[in-house]
Write a protein that binds this ligand. Structure first.
Ligand SMILES: Nc1ncnc2c1ncn2[C@@H]1O[C@H](COP(=O)(O)OP(=O)(O)OP(=O)(O)O)[C@@H](O)[C@H]1O
Ligand SMILES: [Mg+2]
Length: 427
């Protein structure tokens, strides 16, 4: 099987290049080629460091569990939750066809099927994929909206829950199918249009949650903003009595889409990569490609401090990203997927620096201030702002509607020795 998919950019659909995909037995390969017009245009840029502006096809070598696609394109693939919905839908359709005596598509889903199964309306970033017939993928079915309005949240939540419990009906899947369920990440979520028309992500409680995770995320994102961090705008909405975290999409503007890549892509880190990566390397990338490197490197240090103080330890490289600004200059994307983890070892997934390793301590933070171009005084000011916001965690939790028991279920994430270390340093 061979596919030739056009890659376009943004709402206006500027042609960027062509993605070619080939599948032979178990072997899959992909190449990307920039369009000649793109390479000649004055505002051209390379969509990731791994795809330099050059003519001719550039092949991608799949490493280990990594994607068959180039990293910037793979950043728009569904994983975890999205793949689950797509798989179930595929299986269900086969079953129905068999029952109805129609020919059955016995082929297992391949990487291209998953990549193209993401809604064009909600695909992360600004890349858009057009099939051989010139239709953006995935296209809405005739006469259907793909991204539902907020008012349908209860229906989305119910269908999502059913899929999680392996109890979904054909109607649940028919409903979720093509409804923007195919974003990356592991937690159950959907795309939804907020009351003001803005694209948002709805993150649902999972049936396996042992504490109110969605409330914890909204709490963390709101505290992050109080701590001076540029964080995604989040609020809680109730749907059939269940708390859904509603997070505004930062890769959309009033009429457009912003090019997004994960920090993993920017650093050229493969999922199977045995090397640990660090915030110091993200700072290096900002120095090299940043449109406002100094401010973003300081922002990065502030985010590390916040993560240390709230025990946000699921800070892997796909939970950080960059937005394209102009001609190959990028800025740090707002913070997202920030969560207090009361029950985990206090070790960061992304190390502060290679030298200090995974330790989530104020000492480690202070040991890298020179690398982040911060004076000791400036670092203390930032730490004081972050600590000042984190100290309000109980109050903020109550303000978003958490009960006392729910607030206390997060206590260990917020109350620990590093808070004391921070206070000692800033007093
Ligand atoms: N506010 C946002 N605006 C734009 N894109 C976003 C936003 N929040 C998340 N994303 C994109 O959606 C993906 C999944 O979101 P998120 O990381 O919140 O989900 P998750 O299921 O909690 O992930 P994980 O697997 O890390 O636990 C992110 O990796 C990012 O590409
Ligand atoms: Mg994530």
């Amino acid at each position: 099987m061979r596919r030739t998919i056009a890659i376009d950019l943004g709402e206006e659909g500027r042609h960027l290049g062509v993605l070619r995909y080939e599948e032979q037995g178990a072997r899959q390969s992909a190449s990307f080629e920039y369009a000649a017009d793109w390479l000649r245009s004055s505002d051209r840029f390379s969509i990731e460091p791994g795809l330099p502006l050059a003519s001719g096809p550039q092949f991608h070598r799949k490493g280990g569990d990594g994607s068959v696609f180039h990293a910037a394109i793979a950043d728009t693939e569904p994983d975890g939750w999205g793949r689950r919905v797509i798989q179930r839908d595929h299986a269900r359709r086969r079953q129905e066809a068999r029952r109805a005596g129609r020919p059955v598509d016995a082929r297992p889903l391949n990487s291209m099927d998953y990549l193209l199964a993401v809604d064009d309306v909600s695909r992360v970033g600004a890349l858009r994929l057009k099939d051989e017939n010139g239709h953006y993928q995935r296209a809405a079915e005739e006469g259907r909206r793909t991204t539902p309005p907020l008012i349908e949240l209860a229906q989305l939540a119910a269908a999502t829950r059913a899929v999680e419990m392996n109890a979904e009906t054909a109607a649940d899947l028919a409903y979720l199918r093509g409804r923007g369920t195919s974003l990356g990440g592991l937690r159950p979520k959907c795309s939804v249009v907020d009351d003001d028309g803005w694209l948002a992500i709805g993150k649902f409680p999972s049936v396996t949650d042992e504490r109110p995770v969605t409330k914890g995320e909204v709490l963390a994102l709101r505290l992050a903003r109080r701590a001076g961090i540029d964080a995604a705008e989040a609020r809680l909405v109730e749907s059939d009595g269940r708390p859904v975290a509603l997070i505004r999409r930062f890769d959309r503007t009033a009429g457009g889409r912003l090019m997004y890549v994960s920090a993993a892509t920017m650093l050229g880190a493969e999922p199977a990569d045995p090397d640990e990566h660090s915030y110091a390397e993200i700072a290096d990338a900002l120095r090299r490609y940043g449109s406002r490197a100094t401010a973003d490197i300081e922002e990065l240090w502030r985010r590390m401090a916040f993560s240390v103080l709230i025990t946000n330890v699921d800070d892997h490289l796909r939970n950080h990203g960059f937005l394209h600004v102009d001609r190959g200059q990028w800025r740090l994307a707002p913070a997202f997927d920030v969560n207090p983890f009361p029950d985990r070892v206090r070790e960061l997934k992304t190390w502060i620096s290679e030298g200090v390793g995974p330790e989530a301590t104020v000492d480690a933070l202070m040991s890298v201030i020179a690398y982040f171009r911060l004076s000791r005084d400036r670092a203390r000011v930032i730490l004081a702002e972050v600590e000042g916001a984190v100290a309000l965690w109980r109050e903020e939790g109550r303000a978003i509607g958490m009960t006392e028991v729910e607030v206390e279920s997060f206590a260990e994430a917020f109350e620990h020795d590093e808070r004391g270390a921070a206070r000692a340093l800033i007093s």
